[in-house]
Design a protein around this ligand. Structure first.
Ligand code: GDP
Ligand code: GDP
Length: 435
């Protein structure tokens, strides 16, 4: 599991701008207008090849909460969820009462707190940054999130603070999976139906890791853990029920899983909100199964299934490898078919392909459909090598990666899929220049 870095600070200091700068993309919306909703508050990032997750706590909005409650909640999210906290202040205002209020809450944590003084766009503000020393978090780091200045120094400090080692509490052959989807699609019903299968033996002691609830069980002779995305409720925490916050829980579960089951509701049909939740499964490169639940509620004719498949494939182009299962959790129809699907996806996720066979397939694919010229050059391929599993990852050695059109890369990926059994799992193709 990757370390989590939470960004906290009072409104308008530039948390969202810094978040975007760190994740290197403009995913969330920054606006001068207060109250603008941010569409993204959680993302994966990396610095010097070290990966971590970043949370923009400012994006977790509590409706109608008084101002101080809001910033208190943000600080609490940081303290409860993160491994490292970045407190952001604004050099132009000096140390404000609200900064001190947040600092006071953060004093209670044993987690590393890194202080970033933002909006140091100009050398003349640099000295002002040192006023913030008084907040008691050591040397403040002057940054300008809009210009990117100082952000590298901040990232250096962040990765220095990342704790070593992550807990692996299950044996390697235990398959961990989770069910994700918007509320009411039937995730808990499906989990219960799975666990009530006559071949399932649930372990007595459900282990808890961090904040998710894990249920360990054996089914058809294999060990599994189902990770509950709703997780343990921390009583009395006001941010618990916000929709944005539940994203953090979902991504946590995805990260800890070997297989992700994405659940849709056949009764309500496919809606936009479904899309929002599932983008994360792709980002973490996990095997996916797509479940269309509540199939019992549908008036079916010979076309209904195909229409669903079409809709899913159109809306989730990047998930074209994910099998689609139609079932009813309530009536226990076809639910047992999930186990073989989970197993197959897990095997594919861990599959290693023999180098010689791999290169034969690769050479055939190129011979059958040679690349066209692209970017004023023609790709000349040398060989392919599998560099990893979980997911299966391949390096392609080529005279110049810039000569490969993305559709050709896609073609090569499909050829690998066709020839090897990468059922249900994403695979990665990396292109490398060969001298
Ligand atoms: P948040 O409420 O803390 O998330 O703050 P935002 O990221 O929404 O930024 C608030 C305002 O400060 C926006 O108008 C940003 O463009 C601006 N801002 C953010 N970072 C900087 C910076 O480094 N320099 C300057 N001059 N403005 C900044
Ligand atoms: P969750 O919020 O995704 O965990 O959804 P729940 O498992 O709580 O289910 C939401 C509602 O859908 C409940 O009233 C369930 O009884 C109902 N439900 C779940 N699965 C099915 C199903 O396969 N068919 C029908 N008809 N209802 C279902």
């Amino acid at each position: 599991m990757l370390a989590k870095v939470a960004i906290v600070g009072r409104p308008n200091v530039g948390k969202s701008t810094l978040f975007n700068r760190i994740i290197g993309q403009r995913l969330s919306i920054t606006d001068d207008q207060p109250g603008v909703t941010r569409d993204r508050i959680y993302a994966k990032s990396s610095w010097l090849s070290k990966e971590f997750n970043v949370i923009d706590t400012g994006g977790i909005e509590l409706s109608d909460a008084p101002f101080l409650t809001e910033i208190k909640a943000q600080a609490e999210i940081a303290m409860n969820e993160a491994d490292i906290i970045v407190m952001v202040t604004d050099c132009r205002n000096g140390v404000t009462d609200d900064d001190e209020y947040i600092a006071k809450i953060l004093y209670k944590t044993k987690k590393p707190v890194i202080l970033a003084v933002n909006k140091v766009d100009d050398q003349k503000f640099r000295d002002r940054a040192f006023e913030f020393y008084s907040l008691g978090f050591g040397d403040p780091i002057p940054v300008s999130s809009t210009h990117g200045v100082g952000v590298g120094d901040l990232l250096d400090r962040i990765i220095e603070a990342i704790p070593e080692g992550v807990d692996t509490k299950y044996s390697d052959d235990t398959i961990k999976f989770c069910l994700i989807g918007r509320p009411n699609v039937g995730k808990s019903s499906l989990t219960n139906t799975l666990l009530n299968d006559e071949r399932v033996i649930v372990s007595n002691i459900p282990g808890t890791t961090r904040d998710a609830i894990d249920t360990k069980f054996t089914a058809y002779g294999k060990d599994y853990v189902v990770i509950d995305t709703a997780g343990l409720r921390k009583k009395g925490k006001i941010y618990e029920n916000t929709e944005k916050y539940s994203v953090i829980r979902t991504v946590d579960a995805i990260e800890r899983s070997d297989v992700v089951i994405m659940v849709f509701d056949a009764e309500t049909g496919f809606i936009e909100q479904d899309k929002h939740i599932f983008q994360y499964a792709d980002e973490y490169h996990k095997p996916c199964l797509i479940v269309i639940n509540k199939w019992d509620t549908v008036n079916k004719d010979s076309k209904t299934m195909d229409e669903w498949i079409k809709k899913i494939r159109e809306n989730f182009k990047y998930l074209d490898y994910a099998p689609i299962v139609f079932l009813s959790a309530l009536e226990n129809k076809r639910v047992h078919t999930l186990f073989p699907e989970i197993n197959k996806a897990y095997e594919a996720y861990n599959r290693r392909v023999q180098t010689s066979v791999l290169n034969d397939v690769f050479a055939d694919a190129i011979a059958m459909n040679p690349p066209a010229e692209f970017n004023h050059g023609k790709a000349k391929f040398y060989y392919i090598s599998q560099v990893g599993i979980q997911p299966p990852s391949f390096a392609i050695f080529v005279n110049d990666p810039d000569f490969i059109h993305f559709s050709y890369k896609r073609y090569l990926e499909n050829q690998l899929r066709k020839n090897f059994d990468f059922y249900g799992t994403p695979i990665k193709l990396i292109t490398r220049k060969r001298d």
